[in-house]
Unconditional design. Structure first.
Length: 229
C-alpha cells in the first residue's frame, strides 16, 4: 500500500493547486527537449538541470521494465540532453522496499541506461531522498529543487511531489494509450482531480464533491495494489 500517496492525497482538500502541473503534454513523445523551452520562471526560462522520470504509463507499460518501443527515440533524446545522473527514474515499485535486493531497479537500469532511485518513502513523499541523491552527485550542480523537473502521469503522486518539493511538474495526460488503472481508469482519476482543482471558489460544493470522489478512488487503488507509480 502506498501510505504516502494516500495521506498526501488529502492535502488537495486544503491546497487544491498542489496537484496541478506546470505543463501538460499528451504522451511521452510530446516531451519538450530541453524542458526549459516550455517552463518559465517569471519572464525567463526555468533553469532545469535534472529530470525525474516516473516509469509506468510514462515511458513504459505498467509492469514492464523497458522503454515502450514507440517512445525509444524520444527517450534517447532525453538521455542525451540530460546525461548521467541528470536523468533519474523514481518509481513506487522499483527501488523501494517492495523491490527486494533492488532486482527490478537493476533490470530497469540495464534496459534503459538510467539510474533508478533507491528510496524508502513512496511518492509523493520522497522529495528529501531525491535531494539527498543530488547532493551526493559531483557531475551535476543542483542547488535548489527549482532546478528539477518531474515528469509523470499521476496528479496525486508525481505532480503533488513536484509541488511539495518546489520543483516543476510536467503531466503526461494520456499516459500510454490503452493502459488503465487497477480500480478505475487512471486518466479518469486525473481528470477528476484536474477539474476539482480548477473549479472556482463559487462552486466550492462541486469542488469538494470532485475531491471526495478522487480521494476515495485513490484510497481504493492504494489499498488494492501497489500500482500507483
Amino acid at each position: 500500500m502506498n501510505l504516502s500517496g494516500t495521506l498526501n492525497a488529502f492535502r488537495v482538500l486544503f491546497t487544491p493547486g498542489i496537484c496541478l502541473p506546470h505543463h501538460t503534454i499528451s504522451t511521452f513523445n510530446d516531451l519538450p527537449i530541453p524542458l526549459s523551452k516550455t517552463i518559465k520562471r517569471g519572464e525567463k526560462e526555468a533553469d532545469i538541470r535534472a529530470v525525474i522520470l516516473d516509469k509506468d504509463n510514462c515511458f513504459a507499460i505498467p509492469h514492464h521494465n523497458e522503454v515502450y518501443p514507440q517512445y525509444e527515440s524520444r527517450f534517447q533524446e532525453l538521455r542525451k540532453a540530460y546525461p548521467g545522473s541528470r536523468l533519474l527514474i523514481v518509481s513506487n515499485t522499483a527501488g523501494t522496499r517492495d523491490d527486494p535486493d533492488a532486482v527490478q531497479a537493476k533490470l530497469i537500469e540495464k534496459n534503459t541506461g538510467v539510474q533508478v532511485l533507491r528510496h524508502n518513502t513512496k511518492k509523493p513523499g520522497c522529495g528529501d531522498e531525491i535531494m539527498a541523491f543530488y547532493r551526493r552527485q559531483t557531475e551535476v550542480d543542483i542547488t535548489s529543487p527549482s532546478q528539477i523537473a518531474v515528469v509523470g502521469d499521476r496528479l496525486l503522486t508525481d505532480m503533488i511531489m513536484a509541488n511539495m518539493m518546489g520543483s516543476y511538474g510536467i503531466w503526461i495526460k494520456g499516459g500510454i494509450p490503452g493502459q488503465k488503472g487497477f480500480v478505475c481508469d487512471s486518466h479518469l482519476l486525473n481528470e477528476i482531480m484536474l477539474k476539482a482543482s480548477s473549479s472556482p471558489i463559487s462552486r466550492r460544493g462541486l469542488q469538494d464533491f470532485y475531491f471526495a470522489v478522487a480521494i476515495i478512488l485513490q484510497i481504493l487503488e492504494a489499498a488494492s495494489s501497489d500500482k500507483i507509480q
